[in-house]
Design a protein around this ligand. Structure first.
Ligand code: HEM
Length: 227
């Protein structure tokens, strides 16, 4: 039998290499293969990670469980705009969440929020709180309009929250639809200056007394200060 020309042997080898390294079922050019590797390294810029352990710029001042199972106690917290996996060796836990579009606000509520809220990272905001939350099956079996009814018409979540802007800066992360299985549905993060701690406590008391909180089945509160 006549051996195939060198060029086609090279292309067969390239095909095999692409198949082996990327697990794809079709041949890829080198540039496509590189693009694939890059995408895997940074799949979603909206993904964030909270790393609880022994390292990080936030020192944990208190950690308590409000509802359901807690999280292992940690002394430091890191909050990064990346998908951190696997967990670093010092970490006791890593929680992942993604920022997303709003589900419940009306146009006029959204505009009021945008006009009043402040961004994260203010120099004077030396206190922060991570509150991971999981809602129960009953909540998730409701329709969007039923959830909005409980969230705002009955519980006034946004209306209550607006009373604490701009002192409290916030960011909501969703966890339910991530590929990794996450222990919470939401990771809520708040930053404020130390003198607004009492106001933040009042906000928590008001929200936790609402109809919406009857659907919360797990809630943990991790308070931190800038180390
Ligand atoms: C700082 C004042 C606050 C304001 C202005 C505020 C406002 C909002 C708004 C507008 C949404 C709905 C976003 C959407 O349309 O999808 C939301 C969702 C949420 N907030 Fe707040 N909030 C505040 C404080 C808090 C606090 C202190 C907690 C936790 C203790 C919290 C927990 C949540 C959760 C878990 C959701 C997701 C609800 C769901 O989708 O079922 N919020 N917040």
């Amino acid at each position: 039998m006549i051996p195939p020309p060198v060029s086609s042997r090279r292309s067969a080898l390239k095909h095999t290499l692409n198949f082996c390294t990327l697990g794809t079922l079709w041949p890829l050019s080198n540039s496509l293969a590189q693009a694939e590797v890059k995408t895997n390294m940074n799949p979603n810029p909206r993904l964030h990670s909270f790393i609880g352990g022994l390292e990080g710029p936030w020192r944990v001042t208190s950690q308590r469980t409000l509802i359901g199972d807690g999280l292992s106690p940690v002394t430091r917290l890191n909050y990064l705009p990346e998908n951190i996996t696997p967990p670093p060796s010092h970490a006791s836990w890593v929680l992942h969440g993604a920022t997303s579009n709003e589900r419940y606000v009306t146009r006029s509520e959204k505009e009021q929020l945008l006009a009043k809220q402040k961004a994260l990272g203010r120099l004077e905001a030396t206190c922060a709180v991570l509150i991971p939350i999981k809602k129960n099956e009953k909540w998730w079996s409701l329709t969007q309009d039923e959830r909005r009814e409980i969230f705002e018409a009955q519980s006034h979540h946004n209306q209550i929250g607006m009373d604490y802007l701009p002192a409290i800066a916030r960011r909501l992360h969703h966890c339910r639809d991530l590929t990794s299985s996450e222990p919470f549905d939401f990771l809520t993060w708040f930053e404020f200056a130390e003198e607004h701690t009492a106001e933040f406590d009042k906000l928590l008391t008001r929200l936790r007394a609402t109809e919406e909180w009857k659907y919360v089945e797990r809630e943990v509160e991790v308070r931190v200060t800038k180390a």
